[in-house]
Write a protein that binds this ligand. Structure first.
Ligand code: SUG
Length: 449
């Protein structure tokens, strides 16, 4: 039994100074659609910080995780590129622009993919467990896990309360995309819950169904490995397969088609393969109190509209009053069918009573909605006291972060700007200063050199 004073924090990823649109994620339709558009890094970062601030104002505890250092020079050097930083980047821009844009991606902003987190109430040793996601399916994202591990260790820096695992072996058989495919259902955050792991394919048994057109980024075997590492009880774990047909329609993570909070699972009719058996197991493991399975029928919202608007990449948040609210991107408000559904949802008698719309368009254009931007960490008071307090959002940190973005970020960033060596200098200066604002230590390789 956990402490009663347990709250769920959202740790949002701060958008990095090299935010750009490179079309790096086939299968993620919004990323492909916006490839090579001019991006607005300053607006992107400010939109993210504004969302964090609003949640904090609603009484929802909020933290922040810093971005990764980009361009990722360390990886470029591992690939054999040599010479001074400046000439290396210029040559790469001329000869290998695709590789340069991958090395510049600000994709670590989507912290739902940073790691899988199991709160202490669920784990055998009573610690909060973190496994950074290896993100093997996309080259630009596979550059993240090591520094993610450093950042998580610098944020949750206490071995008594927090256990940090190495990311799973870098291989497609164990492709892991973190919390984007993981939902924890519980009566309240401090009690043992049921952790729902959703996978896209079986790595070893290829006779099982799998998508045909787009990649399934998460394997069952990766989910099982994370559950093992975290010391989860079989009675508190359910594995379900994502419907391969929706992966082929652009649902590259489960959090693009389903989202849960406490006793609510909100999902599209087509989200899961063999859902009846899965839901039965979920309910049985959850206990006698009935779960709210809120299923959105295709007749009311098509899969296409769900992917376009990110209806399910919303955050379902429990407010201090006990009511739940949905944090939705403004794209949901602008789509007739989705808006109609959300207007109806709040009258259905489920725990969800209201909707808050947020403009996160800069992130959305790369296929990242409100829920992609956050990593959930449920913590009791002792654990909270052990967290690096400078990573928590309050008035002071909010003002500091805004001023930091204003000082360091560019208004616009296009493909050609990525080869500008000044961008590397700006980015390092900014991140170095950020590590001081967050007092997180030298988490970046360029600080360790
Ligand atoms: O991995 N987009 C990210 C979006 C991640 C969304 N996360 C969740 N659903 N939890 C991805 O596909 C696009 C980068 C580019 O094209 O420039 C990108 O990496």
């Amino acid at each position: 039994m956990g402490s009663v004073n347990t709250q769920e924090f959202n740790f949002d990823g701060l958008v990095g100074p090299t935010h750009n649109y490179a079309g790096l994620s086939p299968g993620n339709l919004l990323s492909s659609k916006h490839a090579r558009m001019v991006a607005h890094p300053k607006a992107a970062a400010l939109q993210g910080i504004a969302k964090m601030r609003h949640l904090a104002d609603l009484g929802i505890p909020q933290g922040v995780l810093p971005p990764q250092p980009r361009p990722a020079l360390r990886f470029l050097r591992e690939l054999g590129f040599a010479g001074e930083d400046v000439s290396l980047l210029q040559a790469l821009g001329e000869n290998e622009p695709g590789l340069l844009s991958a090395a510049c991606s600000a994709s670590s902003m989507w912290t739902a993919n940073a790691a899988t987190v199991s709160p202490s109430a669920d784990t055998a040793d009573g610690r909060v467990h973190f496994t950074p996601a290896n993100l093997t399916n996309k080259f630009h994202r596979s550059l993240e896990p090591q520094v993610t591990g450093n950042i998580l260790r610098g944020t949750f820096a206490n071995e008594k309360h927090f256990a940090h695992h190495q990311h799973l072996p870098d291989n497609e058989h164990f492709g892991d995309e973190g919390a984007a495919n993981h939902t924890r259902l519980c009566r309240n955050y401090g009690q043992a819950g049921v952790e729902l792991f959703v996978y896209g394919r079986h790595a070893f048994d290829t006779s099982k169904p799998a998508p045909k057109k787009y990649p399934a980024r998460q394997t069952l075997e990766a989910c099982q490995a994370v559950a093992r590492l975290h010391g989860l009880d079989d009675d508190g774990v359910v594995y379900m397969q994502q419907n391969p047909d929706v992966i082929d329609q652009g649902v590259f993570h489960n959090d693009v088609i389903a989202v849960g909070n406490q006793n609510v699972l909100f999902f599209h009719e087509q989200a899961f393969y063999q859902k009846d058996a899965g839901f039965k197991e979920l309910q049985a493991k959850f206990g006698s109190e009935p779960l709210h399975f809120i299923e959105v029928p295709t007749a009311e919202v098509s899969v296409q509209d769900a992917v376009k608007t990110y209806l399910f990449n919303t955050q379902i948040i429990t407010l201090p009053s006990g009511d739940m609210t949905i944090i939705a991107p403004t794209e949901c408000e602008e789509n007739e069918a989705v808006k109609r559904y959300l207007d109806k949802l709040v009258t259905l008698g489920t725990p969800i009573k209201s909707v808050n719309y947020f403009d996160v368009k800069q992130s959305m254009s790369n296929g990242g909605g409100p829920a992609c931007l956050r990593l959930r960490v449920a913590m009791n008071d002792q654990e909270l006291a052990a967290v690096n307090q400078n990573t928590l959002i309050n008035d002071t940190q909010f003002a500091r972060l805004n001023a930091w973005v204003d000082k360091h970020y560019r208004d616009e960033l296009g493909e050609d700007d990525l080869r500008d060596p000044q961008l590397l200098i700006e980015s390092r200066t900014a991140l170095d200063e950020l590590t001081q604002i967050l007092k997180i230590g030298s988490v970046y390789p360029f600080q360790q050199a």
